[in-house]
Design a protein around this ligand. Structure first.
Ligand SMILES: [Fe+2]
Ligand SMILES: [Fe+2]
Length: 195
């Protein structure tokens, strides 16, 4: 039976190969419709569309429609993207951490989630005043840039790597965990007064 060293060499080989493929312009791998990774990718697509709208509004905060556009985008990031990040942290990352122990990519991704969360909190505060606080545009654009880079890394490197490293059983566990979390998050959103 191969020891842990063998496993880590194999994991590093897969990591290098995934990074290499991503650098060459994308990875094409068949993804079954019920694959949890595909679900996370779809959520990324929605987030990227919101980031485009937010960026446009931040570039022209004086426009009459900017206020509502920024508020809607921030609401989406605060609810949907925070929930998405939590699902990654509790389903995908633990599985990756088993396959690729520290210093694997999960620690850096968790740290980027924290950094994004801080920027988002600052942005929420900045837009809680009308007119928006000075510096709102810079804070918002920093959040847009950070999340875009993070999503690019997950789509281009981390997800292909997870698909190569995780077994069908680990994928099923991840899917079940994501479904559980979605149920909990939806229940919490429906009853915000319950702690
Ligand atoms: Fe993430
Ligand atoms: Fe993500």
């Amino acid at each position: 039976m191969p020891g842990p060293f063998h496993g880590s060499v194999l994991a590093m080989h897969l990591l290098v190969s995934a990074v290499d493929q991503a650098a060459k312009g994308g990875v094409t791998m068949p993804v079954p419709m019920d694959n949890p990774i595909l679900q996370l990718r779809r959520e990324h697509d929605e987030a990227l569309a919101v980031l485009d709208r937010l960026e446009g509004a931040l570039h022209d905060l004086a426009a009459p429609e900017a206020l509502v556009a920024v508020q809607r985008a921030v609401e989406f990031l605060d609810e949907e993207v925070r929930a998405h990040n939590q699902r990654e942290e509790e389903s995908l990352f633990p599985a990756l951490e088993v396959a690729l122990p520290p210093p694997g990519p999960a620690a850096a991704l968790r740290s980027e989630h924290r950094e994004f969360s801080k920027l988002l909190s600052k942005l929420k505060f900045a837009i809680s005043q009308i007119p928006f606080s000075p510096g709102t545009g810079e804070i918002g654009l920093a959040a847009v840039d950070l999340l875009r880079r993070h999503i690019r890394k997950e789509n281009g490197i981390v997800f292909p790597m997870a698909q190569q490293l995780l077994s069908a059983e680990e994928m099923s566990q991840m899917k079940r965990k994501m479904e559980e979390l979605i149920e909990d998050q939806e229940a919490a959103a429906a009853t915000p007064w319950a702690v």
